[in-house]
Design a protein around this ligand. Structure first.
Ligand code: ATP
Length: 201
């Protein structure tokens, strides 16, 4: 999928968070979205994910129609809540109704890959913050999607899980676009492109 942002802008009340952002990303692009705290990285990622409207400009997702974007885009971010009332198995089953997993992975196989089999019947509300983050990243890595958006991917992860993230993210198929919102250089060191949000004020 080709991702084209054209003259994209987002304003909250009277404050422009970014403006005149135009970029054309080919399939396989690995792009870091950088900038200090409060500069607008998460806002841009949510606009691209379709969960927040742009104020001006347009986004094209290749040949994907606007009403089908949600099936081709997956986002993992600390501020997006998992459904706490579900067990892990129920949550993965629910997720698969909207976004199939890669290679037809079954729910138990997905949970096994995440090394969470012992917690398959545990309620999400009882997961630790690191377990929740690992689950969000797993859903992003192993869902059928053409665009993967990861905001602050290693938040709440310990050293072992950070290594796991770095291994998995670099093994993602070459035709997926990956966008990483971060101000931790090690999270996006493998990216070949960067968008510095401060250039678009
Ligand atoms: N719903 C909203 N209404 C008003 N202002 C908002 C809203 N959401 C975000 N903002 C403002 O937009 C600006 C950018 O916030 P954003 O969360 O996108 O920054 P960020 O670069 O991701 O920051 P951080 O690195 O701290 O996560 C901030 O000034 C924030 O207060």
């Amino acid at each position: 999928m080709q991702l084209q942002l054209e003259q994209l802008g987002k304003r909250f009340i009277r404050e422009w968070i970014f403006r005149r952002l135009s970029v054309d990303l080919a399939p396989g692009s690995r792009v870091a979205i950088t900038g200090p705290n409060g500069s607008g990285k998460s806002t841009l990622l949510q606009v691209i994910a379709g969960s927040m409207p742009a104020t001006e400009g347009s986004i094209r997702y290749g040949s994907v129609q606007d009403d089908a974007v949600y099936r081709h885009v997956v986002i993992a971010a600390p501020y997006l809540e998992l459904i706490e009332e579900f067990t892990l198995t129920e949550l993965v089953d629910f997720h698969r109704k909207f976004k199939p997993l890669k290679q037809g992975l079954s729910t138990p196989d997905f949970i096994e890959r995440l090394d969470l089999t012992a917690s398959r019947d545990k309620y999400i509300r009882n997961f630790s913050s690191g377990m929740k983050q690992r689950l969000k990243l797993g859903l992003a890595f192993w869902s059928e999607a053409r665009l993967i958006i990861l905001d602050e991917p290693t938040s709440n992860l310990d050293a072992r899980n950070t290594d796991w993230y770095l291994r998995e993210v670099q093994q993602l198929p070459g035709d997926q676009i990956i966008l990483i919102g971060s101000n931790v250089p090690s999270e996006y060191a493998f990216c070949s492109q960067a968008i510095d949000i401060q250039q678009y004020k």
